[in-house]
Design a binder for this molecule. Structure first.
Ligand code: HEM
Ligand code: HEM
Length: 201
């Protein structure tokens, strides 16, 4: 298997980052909903669950940066047959997924008033203690953290986290399954393994 993408398939690095990111999304949802549904406020479980949520989110941010750099250095595997409109929709969907991989961690970090204990190994300074917040937002614009975080939290939790991200991911997974099961083309194989290629290797 190639490390870099080829004209036919995503390479090992793109595949690894793609599937790790998918697991990290699952983990960030599981941790935040576990916290909501199964823990009491101000207990160690409650704190650990949100810290895991932060840690998964920050890792997604790191991966998306690596992924964008890697994508720019690589060819993109050829699209399967489809209409111009379908190709446009697929590209738009992928850009939207890239957008949420950036916007979710950024809004999460900016709207959080405590430090991130990154997988309980080291701390990432909370945003209200950073130079950007104290000098630009608080001193420069005269906005308190309570006022600043409200709209950001609303975007992170109510608009994107609760709805849009789910819808985008569900649409993406359904499109992948539709290609695989109905169209029976190579879309999913490009991102996984193609057994017929393995046999002919
Ligand atoms: C891609 C990454 C992320 C995703 C998909 C995500 C998603 C979510 C979701 C779905 C919620 C709960 C919404 C609800 O209450 O219904 C939430 C809450 C929250 N997120 Fe994130 N998040 C991500 C990254 C982050 C990061 C990096 C931080 C901070 C460093 C963060 C901080 C928070 C906080 C403080 C809450 C509120 C917790 C609560 O009310 O229980 N998130 N996030
Ligand atoms: C079970 C879950 C998932 C499945 C089955 C899946 C499947 C796929 C497949 C088959 C492709 C290749 C599409 C093509 O080249 O036409 C792809 C690409 C992509 N996926 Fe997923 N995916 C999943 C989860 C996710 C998640 C959670 C994200 C991010 C939030 C994501 C983001 C992307 C992006 C951005 C691309 C485009 C890759 C590029 O060209 O850089 N996927 N996915």
């Amino acid at each position: 298997m190639h490390l870099k993408n080829t004209h036919k398939n995503y390479g090992l690095i793109a595949k690894t980052i793609h599937w790790l990111t998918a697991m990290l999304f699952l983990g960030s949802y599981m941790s935040v909903y576990y916290r909501h549904w199964f823990t009491e406020d101000k207990t160690p479980e409650n704190w650990n669950a949100i810290q895991i949520h932060f840690s998964f989110g920050v890792t997604i941010a790191v991966f998306v940066l690596l992924r964008i750099i890697w994508r720019l250095m690589n060819t993109i595997p050829a699209e399967e047959p489809g209409t111009a409109l379908e190709h446009k929709a697929a590209r738009l969907g992928h850009y939207a997924l890239y957008a949420i991989m950036i916007i979710m961690p950024v809004t999460g970090y900016l709207g959080t008033g405590v430090a991130t204990e990154f997988f309980f190994m080291f701390d990432i300074e909370k945003f209200p203690n950073t130079w950007v917040f104290t000098q630009v937002i608080q001193e420069g614009l005269g906005i308190s953290f309570e006022t600043f975080e409200k709209p950001i939290d609303f975007i992170h939790k109510e608009i994107l986290g609760a709805w849009l991200v789910w819808m985008l991911i569900a649409g993406h997974v359904m499109a992948a399954l539709y290609h695989h099961l109905v169209r029976k083309d190579r879309t999913l194989k490009k991102m996984t393994v193609d057994r017929s290629e393995r046999l002919s290797d």
